[in-house]
Write a protein that binds this ligand. Structure first.
Ligand code: NAI
Length: 433
């Protein structure tokens, strides 16, 4: 069923290429050999980094699997390009294509601040219930960093993506909603000034538990030994504090045989994590910023609410060399969108100098998500080699000594040039009689 070709329908006038759909089973993708992957170029520098990314991913897949596997790219539209061509920043066909094909990749999209339309990024996350924002943050040797030991940081951040202050429950000062809510709040005995705008922070038990479960599942699957729940429960007891409580409940009830809690680490295990176990601990958000910087190597997987996760991901990315190289993914149980973590960089758009690594490494995450780990490894090794050779885009080159600053497409070609097929695995020697 998975190898059935998709009929030649179009999305926003683009004919679907020959290929197959990624299906989902129990929340995980089932990848065909030629998956159709919709891509949104994005605004600003989006087209430049999107071209570079597809070039590199295609080459890595081809080196890893030859003609047996390939990605059938389908362009879909959002942002400025969609508005110009179809009169809508997020056409229905775009949503349908993402829903139909399940896995997509997107460049950055511009969002007005302080009014205007809602962020397209937030809309996509809500629409497809992409509740996991996953941000791996690691150091690539040679990348200029503001800290002394950037290599110490190697974390994967699981940020809850649909609730908290991002749920979109906001009332402008003086609006009917704000006036009525203020009345209710006064009735409940709280003091709120009349000239107040209101934004509501929500956190459900369901939402908290599924993100902590995803973080724990990831730690188990990838042999990571620490999961830290980050919260601000000392101040916001029934949202942030409850997030911690509900998270610990999942760890205890569903992963009880695999985890050790911080309290028990010393009292029961003399401070040593038993072999094969995962340490589950927690940190208050402000302390976490301090410790991530000063005790980086103590952390591995982080589970946290939406706003904390937003701040933490960018701070962590800054530690290893900036947003230009930090990848990200928004993942649900029947859909996943991989995206650059930086914005549209309007100041350098169209100049051909943008760093494609953030989108590219998001593409690498996508390959891993699809189970194409060999292609992902080929791409990562080539990126590492290119950066080590100090052939990088200008944003990195200007902080490195003796580096060669390349434009976006020259950098992409350099990465492709540095790609090597993985050595063939030797067949196991049959034991003789
Ligand atoms: P930005 O990330 O676009 O730019 C900040 C600075 O970083 C600029 O100096 C820019 O030139 C530089 N930069 C960013 N990406 C780069 C890259 N790949 N290579 C080299 N330099 C890079 O943030 P800004 O200026 O605050 O936002 C611009 C627009 O992007 C806004 O409309 C904002 O809403 C949107 N945005 C979209 C995001 C998304 O689609 N996920 C995320 C963040 C912002």
């Amino acid at each position: 069923m998975n190898d059935q070709p998709v009929s030649a329908r179009t999305y926003n006038n683009v004919v679907v290429p020959t290929g197959e759909k990624v299906l989902f089973q129990d929340g995980d993708p089932v990848t065909p050999n030629h998956p159709i992957i919709p891509f949104i170029e994005g605004d600003g520098i989006g087209p430049e980094i999107s071209d570079a990314t597809r070039l590199i991913l295609d080459k890595a897949v081809s080196l890893a699997y030859g003609p047996d596997r390939s990605i059938a790219w389908l362009e879909i539209f959002a942002g400025d390009k969609a508005k110009e061509t179809f009169g809508k920043a997020l056409p229905d066909d775009t949503l349908e294509a993402i829903r139909d094909f399940g896995v997509a990749i997107k460049g950055p999209l511009g969002t007005p601040t302080g009014g205007g339309m809602r962020s397209l990024n937030v809309t996509l996350r809500q629409h497809f219930d992409l509740y996991r924002c996953v941000r791996p943050v690691r150091y690539f040797s040679g990348v200029p960093s503001v800290v002394k030991r950037p290599k110490d940081l190697d974390v994967v951040i699981f940020r809850e993506n649909t609730e908290d202050v991002y749920a979109g429950i906001e009332f402008k000062m003086g609006s009917e909603g704000a006036v009525r809510l203020i009345e209710v709040l006064k009735e409940l005995g709280t003091i709120v000034r009349d000239d107040t705008g209101i934004g509501i922070k929500i956190q459900s038990k369901f939402g908290a538990q599924r993100i902590v479960r995803a973080a724990l599942d990831y730690a188990v699957a990838h042999g990571r030994t620490v999961v830290t729940i980050v919260h601000k429960g000392n101040i916001q007891k029934f949202t942030e504090g409850a997030f911690l409580e509900w998270g610990l409940e999942v760890a205890r009830d569903e992963f009880g045989d695999k985890v050790v809690f911080e309290d028990d680490l010393w009292s029961k295990h003399g401070g040593n994590l038993p072999e094969g176990k995962i340490l589950v601990n927690s940190r208050i958000a402000d302390a976490m910023f301090f410790e991530l910087l000063t005790k980086s190597s103590k952390f591995s997987v982080i589970a946290t609410m939406n706003l904390n996760g937003d701040y933490l991901s960018d701070a962590a990315a800054a530690q290893v060399g900036g947003l230009g190289i930090a990848p990200g993914a928004n993942i649900g149980d029947a859909c996943a969108i991989f995206e650059a973590t930086h914005g549209t960089a309007p100041d350098i758009a169209g100049k051909g100098i943008a760093n494609p690594c953030s989108l590219l490494l998001s593409g690498v995450m996508m390959l891993e998500y699809l189970g194409w780990n060999e292609a992902a490894t080929i791409a990562v090794k080539a990126i590492e080699k290119t950066i080590r050779a100090k052939t990088v885009t200008g944003d990195l080159a200007r902080f490195m000594t003796n580096a060669t600053a390349l434009g976006t497409s020259d950098f992409a070609n350099a990465v492709v040039g540095n790609m090597k097929a993985l050595p063939k695995r030797r067949k196991p020697v049959k034991s003789g009689k």
